[in-house]
Design a protein around this ligand. Structure first.
Ligand SMILES: Cc1ncc(COP(=O)(O)O)c(C=O)c1O
Length: 442
């Protein structure tokens, strides 16, 4: 049995923003301008505020990252802000994309994705996570994980539904929830003395209510680097089952776990039938611009997601879908080298961050390192203690760009003083950035 494909073909050009909007209209037009007052707790500007914006999106501006990247360009700073690698992925995969274009895979692929990729995703899920899927009905290919996440909100949530997510949240979550007319109920992750971010069980229990429709879980977690452990996942699973909540998991960093093990929430008792597992090729294959992602789960959960997806992009990236099918079938050595090389990068940058005087949090997974800036600010009191202001100052003070994690919070007070560096960069770039930070602060 295959997908029931609707007749209407009408790809809507969704101008999807792959950057990081600042929420709540917390804006300051002066932030980031030359001559700004970096000692104040400045807000990063929501540049695109417009009288024409819909109420749903009024609190979402653009983009701390555009601003930080512009600062990097102005100052010649090394950009460890945005989360993308600075080298291409395996040549087998890029060669396969070229071949797919030459072989004529250039028209609309089937709505659920090309069969070869759906089969490759199902094989990958079985090979690494023991998840059994029917590639015809339980795998849906999407325009990156972002589209899968947004289509899940649109397809599964009615207006007023509540979505529980652990905060800081990846930037697109709050916007996707808002577009669905749903309401985000954050459960805050806080760093503990061992550097690991954890949530309070009571907060999670209080957040899940009769109006909760979905729980959105990102593990390994951007930006904190947290990998949710078995006890945490078991609790989340139990609460989903007892409260009849659907889980949507974002596992784009599934192959970047350094401490602990990646476990799927879908593998816990009662969860296979109520979980949509989302991932993408962007991180694992270092082709973030191809935007090939997928959602896996029971067909009755995927069908509404596909309904929403068909009116967003309909389909995308036909030749790249063929190429990622080749990538997913690469041998175990590709995957283990990928993890090992990023472990080396984590340790390389981490040593510099600590030598510079930052308090580094545990990086159990992902390719992000978050640090507490307070020890630096104590030693250099002219620097701002607010993460946004600190990041605005950092290119001039140290020649490096980072991003403040408070923009990933509904209430920015929760993330103030914590900033994030991306280490998916060449060792030379990380060494240069690290040396600059040590010179500026140590
Ligand atoms: C946690 C998380 N989810 C989703 C995405 C987006 O994935 P994609 O580029 O496949 O849409 C990212 C990208 O940074 C991410 O960090």
């Amino acid at each position: 049995m295959g997908w029931a494909v609707a007749d209407r073909r009408g790809p809507v050009a969704a101008a999807q923003e792959q950057s990081y909007p600042v929420r709540s209209g917390r804006t300051s037009p002066d932030a980031g301008r030359p001559g700004r007052d970096v000692t104040s707790a400045s807000r990063v500007d929501a540049v695109t505020t417009s009288p024409h914006v819909s109420a749903k999106l009024a609190s979402f501006g653009t983009t701390v990252f555009a601003q930080m990247s512009a600062l990097a360009a102005q100052t010649g700073a090394i950009n460890l802000g945005q989360g993308f690698p600075d080298t291409d992925g395996p040549t087998e995969v890029s060669d396969a994309a070229v071949e797919a274009i030459r072989a004529g895979h250039n028209q609309y692929p089937p709505l659920p994705g090309v069969p070869a990729l759906r089969a490759a995703v199902a094989e990958h899920q079985a090979r690494f996570w023991g998840q059994t899927l029917d590639p015809d009905t339980e795998v849906l290919i999407t325009a990156g994980a972002t589209e899968a996440l947004t289509a899940a909100m649109l397809g599964l949530c009615d207006t007023g539904a509540e979505v529980v997510a652990f905060e800081p949240t990846y930037d697109s979550y709050a916007a996707a929830v808002a577009m669905a007319g749903a309401k985000l109920r954050p459960v805050v992750l806080r760093p503990e003395s061992d550097g690991v971010f954890r949530f309070d069980e009571a907060d999670l229990r209080a957040a899940i209510r009769p109006s909760t429709r979905l729980l959105l879980l990102n593990t390994p977690h951007n930006p904190t680097g947290k990998v949710f452990d078995d006890a945490e996942l078991a609790l989340i699973a139990e609460l989903c089952v007892t409260n009849d909540v659907i889980a949507v998991t974002d596992e784009v960093y599934e192959h970047l776990v350094f401490d602990g093990t990646h476990r799927q929430l879908a593998s816990f008792p009662g969860m296979a039938e109520r979980t949509v597992t989302i991932s993408s090729a962007g991180k694992t294959f270092s082709f973030t611009g191809w935007k090939v992602g997928w959602a896996c789960g029971p067909s009755e959960l995927l069908r509404p997601i596909m309904t929403a997806k068909q009116f967003m992009t309909f389909v995308n990236a036909a030749p790249f879908q063929h190429a990622i099918a080749v990538g997913l079938a690469l041998g175990d050595d590709f995957y283990s080298n990928y993890t090992a090389s990023h472990l080396g990068k984590r340790d390389l940058l981490g040593a510099y961050l600590r030598a510079a005087g930052f308090r580094e949090h545990a990086v159990q997974g992902t390719y992000f390192s978050t640090v507490d800036i307070r020890p630096i600010v104590e030693r250099h009191p002219h620097l701002p203690g607010d993460g946004v202001a600190f990041c605005l100052a950092l290119p001039e003070v140290a020649g490096v760009v980072a991003v403040p994690t408070q923009v990933f919070h509904d209430d920015p007070r929760h993330g103030t003083g914590i900033i994030r560096f991306c280490f998916a960069k060449t060792d030379d770039t990380l060494t240069s950035a690290g040396e600059r930070l040590v010179e500026a602060f140590a």
